[in-house]
Design a protein around this ligand. Sequence first.
Ligand code: GDP
Ligand code: CA
Length: 312
Amino acid sequence: MIAVLAGGVGAARLLAGLVRVVPPSEVTAVVNTGDDVVMHGLHICPDLDTVTYTLAGADNPDTGWGLAGETWQAMGSLGRYGGETWFNLGDLDLGTHLYRTGHLAAGVGLAEVTAGITAGWGLEPTLLPMTEDRVATMMTLADGSGGGDEVGFQEYFVRLRHDVPVSSVRFDGAEASLPGPGVLDAIAGADVVVVAPSNPIVSIGPLLAVPGIADAIRARRDHTVAISPIIAGAALKGPADRLMRELGHEASVVGVARIYRDIAACLVIDSADADLAGAVEAEGMACVVTDTVMSSPEVAADLAKVVLGATS
Ligand code: GDP
Ligand code: CA
């Protein structure tokens, strides 16, 4: 069994490669829910949906999120009433949120609802929400841009286009949350635990803030491999490098190593950072250098093979 700690796009790409090199039913992803948001009364889980749609081969290549072949008529209708439309929800995607919200309202847990959604797409890997409790990633804006205001993650990421400096991040509700059903067993029982190339602060951070999850991974440290989302000092996409700098980390593979060295024995870094392998090792992690830009599922599969070989 392989357990993958997952955010959105980077993790989805890795998982799409991983299922090409191991039987898909042996893959379990523990997915961030700190990005979840309730819009118009609908419960939206962006990272779970990104992973689901990508594994189904139904992801939208034009937007980088949501479903292929999407239309936006419901948003137009909502706009007519003056409804909030900054968080775009496509017509096809809305079906997922209706299913999830209806079942949650009827008392079904998020793990079971997620299993219903992945079954609907015919997926063999297991996707587990990190928790079934409400954990909300909250960002405090730095002085000068709404200075001191605290906003929810989607307000920062989508409405403000993550174009504002942040002075702190916290995971509201995390202290009182429990790991989702199956999460601790998936980590404890995995031959390899993979920390996907996801945002270390706002995608993997919430996972590690759920009491019990970080300890479970630490107990498996020798079998845990992380993949750096930072390549040549920058994120491929999104605010990971900026957030790391703003919160006092070095935006480099060495900065990533300092964040992950307690939970992972090995860091996989891109060939572009080969000259930093020694500096990563000096932080107490083994370091493997390979191509990590997953431009296709084939490249992702090659990366997955390297990752699985890294702990043996
Ligand atoms: P989300 O999709 O917004 O939830 O964001 P993620 O948690 O997936 O994190 C995005 C991070 O993944 C960024 O820092 C990217 O640099 C990284 N990422 C995305 N695709 C790849 C890839 O192909 N290779 C590597 N190494 N990192 C990637
Ligand atoms: Ca995300």
